[in-house]
Design a protein around this ligand. Structure first.
Ligand code: 0WD
Length: 256
């Protein structure tokens, strides 16, 4: 029996089979969790429906996290299938493409700043707030995805680094707020992985090569590496861990 047997998980953020959320869904499914999914827009709907089918689920709900009404609706619809659930995976991030090229100040605008923080950080708290009644008092877990650019100034990551710093603070405040009702909140800071979102970051290939040559494990990480760590962090095996950022990056962040 898998270590997530009997758990129900909502996965937000599948865009393709390369998505980190796909790796997480795969590991959680393997460990016995029942899954539900959201998709951002009609362009991604059929892909997410395929994912759901592959993971034995028929719960697929629209959710653009920029839209409050859609966030409310997710849990209304989910409530028609489940009376409660145990795991919320937030694997969503976005900044306008031009903000992720060149120097930080080159393409910094109030609008780019707001979009990056809204989609990449605020959405975690908004989803946690809307999910709260269905997750409380059952030993639930919330997980989000961060990146090293939250704590170090990195080439091209720019305003997204600020948004990830906000996201990591969000994890600590949510953990403090929701801890008394038994809900844990954690982040995984993943090493670079070639996904759709990553393709938007300037010189991504160079970053990946650098990690593969220098990380202690001399490789980059995969969505399977991240998926397995996510499954653990959202399981009862991690019952004493909350408010943490766990690095799944082949050790890269430990280098001086
Ligand atoms: O190297 C990487 N790939 C890393 C990614 C290293 C460390 C962290 N991360 C983070 C990302 O910042 C993000 O928070 O992991 C998370 C997942 O990213 P991913 O798996 O790399 O990217 P992708 O497969 O593109 O999924 C992100 C998805 C979006 O995809 P597109 O490509 O269409 O932007 O986030 C979703 C969307 O499906 N998304 C939204 N979902 C709902 N509402 C929204 C939105 N407004 N915007 C983006």
């Amino acid at each position: 029996m898998g270590f997530l047997h009997g758990k129900r998980a909502l996965i937000v953020g599948i865009a393709s089979q390369r998505s980190i959320a796909w790796g997480i869904a795969n590991a959680m499914h393997r460990e016995g969790a029942q899954l539900a999914f959201t998709y951002q827009n009609d362009r991604l709907k059929s892909r997410v429906e395929e994912a759901a089918q592959e993971f034995g689920s028929n719960i697929v709900v629209p959710c653009d996290v920029a839209d409050d009404a859609q966030i409310e609706n997710v849990f209304k619809e989910l409530g028609q299938h489940w009376d409660g659930f145990d795991i919320l995976v937030h694997s969503v991030g976005f900044a306008p493409r031009e903000a992720l090229q060149g120097q930080y100040l080159d393409n910094l605008t109030r609008e780019n700043f707001n979009i990056a923080h809204d989609i990449s950080s605020y959405s975690l708290a908004a989803l946690a707030k809307a999910a709260r009644p269905m997750m409380k008092d059952r030993g639930s877990a919330i997980l989000t995805l961060s990146y090293l650019g939250a704590v170090r100034a990195l080439n091209n990551y720019n305003v997204m680094g600020l948004a990830k710093a906000s996201l990591e603070a969000n994890v600590r405040y949510l953990a403090y707020n929701l801890g008394p009702e038994g809900t844990r909140v954690n982040a995984i800071s993943a090493g670079p992985i070639k996904t759709l979102a990553a393709a938007g970051i300037g010189n991504f290939r160079k970053m990946l090569d650098h990690v593969e040559e220098n990380a202690p494990l001399r490789r980059s990480v995969t969505i399977e590496d991240v998926g397995n760590a996510a499954a653990f962090l959202c399981s009862d095996l991690a019952s004493g861990i909350t408010g943490e950022v766990t690095y799944v990056d082949a050790g890269y962040s430990t280098l001086g």
